[in-house]
Design a protein around this ligand. Sequence first.
Ligand code: ADP
Ligand code: MG
Length: 480
Amino acid sequence: MISIAHTDISDGSGPLSEQLDASWGEVLSLIQPQINSQSFKTWFEPIKPVRYENGELMVNVPSQFFFEWLEEHYHGLVAGALQKVFGRSVKVTYNVTPVDEPLPSVVVSAAEIGQKANEALQARIEPAESVRPLEYDKTNLNRRYTFANFIKGESNQLARAAAMAVANNPGGTSFNPLVLYGGTGLGKTHLMQAIGNYALEHGKAKRVMYISSEKFTIEFIDAIRGDRTNEFSNFYRSMDILIVDDIQFFSGKEKTQDSFFHTFNSLHQLGKQIILSSDRPPKELQGLDDRLISRFQWGLTADIQPPDLETRTAILRKKCEDESVNIPDQVLDFVAANVTSNVRELEGCYTSLLFKASLEGKEVDIDLAREVLRSIVNDVKSPLSVEEIQRIVSEFYDLPSDLLRAKTRKQEVVIARQVAMYLAKELTNCSLKTIGLNFGGRDHSTVIHAYQTVEEQLKIDPKFRTSMEQVRRKIEILSR
Ligand code: ADP
Ligand code: MG
């Protein structure tokens, strides 16, 4: 059991606390060999034990996201080490030491908040004109990119957490440089700029610069032509945070790389933050000087993967919310199920959908969404529901469809039910849990069992295979 406190607790002192420090040291020494040194340094060194009493340990951590990260990734590890050292199971209370203002996206889980909460948040983090740093206009940052409107998902979890840590303490974490990599349209630019925006708004940095590697290259060449290379270097070396996007385009540009190498070194030495993005992991960058690649690996390299269905849906919901647009959930789910690879494409689809609706004076419904999707996605999957599958399967087996949801264990019903569960798993994006619920509130393990049974049967029984193909075809025809 873990709980979290927000009270202001000062470190204890005296013999008891020395004993606690020693015990905590033992806990750390058990944890350290089990994870890589970067993770240890990042997530465990900053933890401070405060007090231990009757199987309850209170520790200070620097932020809530820190606590969330520990809980999500190291819960078992910590619990095991504590058990060994204290000889019993230990309940940990995390105390967030209020050194820094919490990050907005930690306090507010962006996907869940309503429009109002978001507005209030924006108002809070937007400083008055007079206190805005002078350099703001020259940062190249787009203020649209914030943490608050970056949807958290499994696909971007580490990148987002690291970005938030860096934003809160630029140059002060071991994430220097922070390198984000991943395919196009997955949110690299958004996250990098969110760091810059957050750091400026919260006074964590004064001089922030966002630049693409292409623009950096052009400016560098201009500087050479105009005999201003010193000025150029001095400018970039004066930053608190330097953000360089799409560094793969440095490839083959040796002089520019050389200049960037020196800029990198001097910023790093001064403890300034460097943030880079690339379309692939640094070690796979071709046409880049090895010296540079090795430096890119000094800090943290975090990938962003294509978002899963849940995240895609949340991104669309958030857009609707922010723009006060009303699109039925069913349509959002349909779009999210079909646009799978890229957030930019997802947003493009959303925009086209609204555009088409207003242009043609139509409702935003599944049919319109299907039209829009056809121009973007090759094979538009129908928004099949579990009920529809049940209807078609029971028709095929000539059974009333409510029997599939009923308790009966008659052999022919059991088979039809298993087939329907199997197809629901194959053809919809519903979770096992949801599928189970749709079959008269059955458990997800029942769905797994059905799935495995059908799979086995398909392997050994050609007749069953044929009938399965017939049902599938029927579903395909009837649901389009
Ligand atoms: P990249 O730089 O990786 O090519 P971008 O940062 O330009 O991708 O993202 C493409 C679009 O998708 C942007 O409009 C961005 O705001 C949006 N986007 C990407 N990921 C998310 C996310 N997790 N939540 C909300 N919007 C996102
Ligand atoms: Mg980009």
